[in-house]
Design a protein around this ligand. Structure first.
Ligand SMILES: CC(C)(COP(=O)(O)OP(=O)(O)OC[C@H]1O[C@@H](n2cnc3c(N)ncnc32)[C@H](O)[C@@H]1OP(=O)(O)O)[C@@H](O)C(=O)NCCC(=O)NCCS
Length: 420
């Protein structure tokens, strides 16, 4: 008879098997040779080794999961440590017997033990993670348009743009801009230097990389304050001179002027006929500066970061609302009956006062009832509380809804760029 499933931290001797099973579950052969060594070096520098897990049956690896050690911005200038769950995979011959559940529960328990306030992930399938209390906290979009029709209204830019044909040549400046941007952008995660090797690496992967230009915006003092990473893509007939499409992989700007300048630049490069802006905000500020707003067509809107709160007081304690408010919420947590010590079920009084938020357990009658996943979807302001009430993902009276809105309000939708 098979031994029961167990989850262990990956040791040197399990590493090959864990990688093989996880890459196989995503339809790929494991990396070998130099590629494997580079991947391990980069992953080793950004991941938490204690959270690299293997599920075993009879000492055979049947599944695996990893996690990055992330700094996650919850309010401008205010961060928490979050574990970025990644590479959850189970051998296709061993699915349906609880390996993923065991891996995710072990990930959550260990992350809490290691002081992470939350767990984050990007989901390959959106049906998987609500059962663990993850909710979609940030959204991103792909916008397209014909560049002739994407004229930006006149604005004053005292700065300039420097162009680099290889993003790797300017990686220090990109990193500098991203560091400042991620610290002030709700929903963003910081990127360490090894992560930039993926973004500017020669190989194009789903996390970034491949040949790409970097347009660097500098302010009036010559300090970098924005960048766009992009490539050209021929569209249409292979035999004749092809129309070129501008594919923007990332456009990051510290202020509106840099954003407008970079958008104007990528839409006015000679020979470019159309734009595809990937990993973009759903409602970028530049839309309000276009002569023809409709011409920036939103062709895809997708959930990006899923959030599961582990330590509610620590997490909401990092919010920085401008207004004072108090509300009692009752949460239902799907971890009840599975991982009791992480179960956030019950009543919590959330109070913001002078820009500081506290969360305490209480017996008071709640004004709002919802579940932990829905709370994850609203806590950064990604989906308005009232909208979730209209969709009956949340019950509450109008006053409590507006109190909660005041605690979680952000002017701009939370946004995240980093794939993992
Ligand atoms: C998705 C995957 C990890 C599931 O592994 P598994 O070991 O079969 O999952 P489990 O048996 O532990 O199932 C856990 C729960 O998820 C549910 N579930 C499993 N696969 C599911 C799917 N594809 N869609 C929706 N629910 C699913 C199960 O019904 C079970 O529900 P319950 O525990 O609430 O009763 C596995 O099929 C896989 O490796 N797929 C390819 C890689 C992938 O998509 N990974 C997810 C990365 S984000």
């Amino acid at each position: 008879m098979e031994s029961p499933l167990r989850v262990v931290t990956v040791t040197e001797e399990l590493l090959d098997d864990q990688e093989r099973v996880v890459s196989g579950s995503f339809g790929a052969a494991p990396a070998t040779g130099e590629r494997r060594e580079r991947g391990r070096r980069i992953h080793g520098a950004i991941a938490d080794p204690e959270l690299k897990l293997a599920a075993l049956v009879d000492d055979r690896v049947v599944g695996g999961a990893s996690a990055l050690d992330m700094t996650f911005t919850v309010a401008p200038g205010s961060t928490v440590r979050a574990a970025g769950l990644a590479g959850v995979g189970v051998d296709a011959t061993m699915t349906g017997r609880g390996a993923m559940r065991a891996l995710v529960e072990a990930h959550l328990e260990r992350s809490a033990d290691r002081g992470y306030a939350a767990s984050l992930l990007t989901a390959s399938e959106t049906s998987l993670y609500g059962r663990f209390g993850y909710g979609p906290a940030t959204w991103s979009a792909i916008h397209e348009g014909v560049t002739d029709r994407l004229t930006v209204k006149p604005f004053d830019d005292p700065g300039r743009i420097d162009l680099y044909q290889r993003a790797a040549d300017v990686v220090d400046e990109l990193e500098l801009v991203h560091d400042r941007w991620s610290a002030q952008t709700v929903g963003a995660t910081a990127r360490s230097s090894p992560y930039w090797e993926i973004i500017t690496g020669a190989e194009e992967t789903w996390m970034g990389g491949g040949p790409q230009f970097a347009a660097l915006h500098l302010d009036i003092d010559g300090t970098p304050d924005g960048y766009a990473l992009y490539k050209w893509e021929p569209v249409g007939d292979d035999d004749g001179p092809a129309d070129q499409r501008m594919v923007v992989n990332e456009l990051v700007a510290l202020d509106l002027t840099a954003e407008l300048a970079l958008f104007r630049f990528v839409t006015t490069v000679p020979m470019i006929r159309s734009l595809r802006w990937r990993l973009a905000p759903v409602d970028p500020r530049v839309r309000w500066w276009l002569e023809e707003q409709r011409q920036l067509r939103l062709v895809e809107r997708t959930d990006r970061l899923w959030l599961r709160i582990l330590d509610l007081p620590a997490f909401v304690g990092a919010l920085r609302p401008e207004e004072d408010a108090t509300v009692v919420i009752e949460l239902a947590d799907p971890l009840a009956g599975h991982v009791e010590r992480l179960d956030l079920s019950g009543r919590w009084r959330l109070r913001s006062s002078g820009g500081v938020v506290s969360a305490e357990r209480t017996d008071t009658e709640p004004g709002i009832r919802t579940d932990v996943a829905t709370f994850g979807a609203l806590v950064l302001g990604g989906t308005p509380v009232g909208r979730l009430r209209a969709a009956r993902r949340l019950r509450g009276d109008a006053r409590s809804v507006s109190e909660l809105e005041r605690i979680v309000h952000t002017d701009r939708a939370p946004f995240s760029l980093t794939r993992f």
